[in-house]
Design a protein around this ligand. Sequence first.
Ligand SMILES: Cc1cc2nc3c(=O)[nH]c(=O)nc-3n(C[C@H](O)[C@H](O)[C@H](O)COP(=O)(O)OP(=O)(O)OC[C@H]3O[C@@H](n4cnc5c(N)ncnc54)[C@H](O)[C@@H]3O)c2cc1C
Length: 442
Amino acid sequence: MSPPLQQVASDEQLPKYADVVVIGAGIAGCTAAYELAKRVFQVALIDKGRVGGEQSSRNWGWVRQQHRDLRELPLAMKSLEIWGALNQEIGAETGFRRTGLVYVTTRLDDFAQWEAWTQKAREHQMHTKVLTPAEAKALTPGSVPQWIGGVHSPTDGRAEPSLAVPAIAEAARRHGATIHQDCAARGLEIEAGKVSGVITEKGVIRTQAVLLAGGAWSGLFCCRHGVRLKQASVTSTSFATHAAPEVTPGGLSMPDVTIRRRLDGGYTVGLGGRGRVELSPQGLSHASAFWPTFRKRRWGLTLSIGRSFFDGPEQLAHWSFDRPTPFERHRTLDPAADPKLVQLGLTRLGEHYPALKELRVAHAWGGMIDSTPDGIPVISAVDTMPGLFLSTGYSGHGFGIGPGAGRLAADLIADDPPIVDPHPFRFSRMIDGTDLGEPGMM
Ligand SMILES: Cc1cc2nc3c(=O)[nH]c(=O)nc-3n(C[C@H](O)[C@H](O)[C@H](O)COP(=O)(O)OP(=O)(O)OC[C@H]3O[C@@H](n4cnc5c(N)ncnc54)[C@H](O)[C@@H]3O)c2cc1C
């Protein structure tokens, strides 16, 4: 079941030309389209399904700097600045509120990692507070466990995945971008080694610049053009509750379960670290690159083999551009929620917070999280294919970083001074093997 999502209308006419075609209308594509349209580029934003229909409406809505991989912390900090001004700037509700985020734990190794991160983050002028057991309790009144400590990041916040991306897409349109849904990109037209157009199911758009922001599908799209983007996905379960008593104004992470207060007074509940990995041809071909991360996280992962082996975003496929492609066969990736995980979430919440014992589930859904081997995104030109840019591989934390990522992608395409050093996000690291360290905390 898909979570609620504000609907966006499509523009009727597919343009014959655009300065930039953005493939994928999740947060990565919509923020880039908005930033480019503001700079008066003629932008066509296309999606095989709906604006925000995949990960960008299925996430927990945490907008955080806390526990970011240090390589992307500067971009996360810039993103928080942008989020803070965004509602006013676009004249629409993204749901962003700077409520702070709280993490509490009963596990020594969690606490040790958080303390170490907090020390290192200070070098980036990121200040969060490590909590004593008493302080952790004071920030979670009504909770039962004896927390051994926690962290509090008051400058972090939350936003509404059901509202934010549609609002940003509409803002891009007000600056002149056109939006085309149910419009899969089948492939690229290449002339003399350079991008010269995008072949969509509704016709060709001539262009010299393409931003691929296809989420879990980016690897498959790249593969068709011989570009080796290493990507693998994990399916995760989340659910939304009906309105319930307020125990936190923002996000609260506890062992096994996280909650995020929504504007409507309910909670979005996530099961940290748990998910399903479906074996896939693409995943297997990148197995050695992903092995260290998998080994670290395998306690919470189940392995399966399913339909996606032959027919999902990680199939090995070759298609011709004049007939329907895998993208049109899957307008919206909508994996089923795992009922056992929903039950686990409810049980843990009741144990941690008696006030939340009677929570009622309004919707439950699955979401496919695309990751890179080193757990940070690719926001970069592809040197071997002039005109192709990537903004993808957000590894489970792209919603919060989305506004900064959109600005960085626009900077690279426009050849403007970048908002942060783009080096950590270069695509070439996947080719030459540089900097493919293990991911930091997620
Ligand atoms: C359960 C869950 C919880 C999460 N919680 C958080 C959180 O609290 N905070 C946080 O920061 N992040 C979180 N994330 C991660 C975050 O949601 C993602 O990193 C982010 O939304 C990725 O955005 P995207 O634009 O790259 O991809 P997506 O939102 O997946 O968008 C990609 C789009 O590309 C389109 N597309 C693909 N191929 C084509 C094609 N060939 N032609 C046309 N269109 C195409 C798809 O239809 C899709 O709409 C969570 C993710 C999940 C699943």
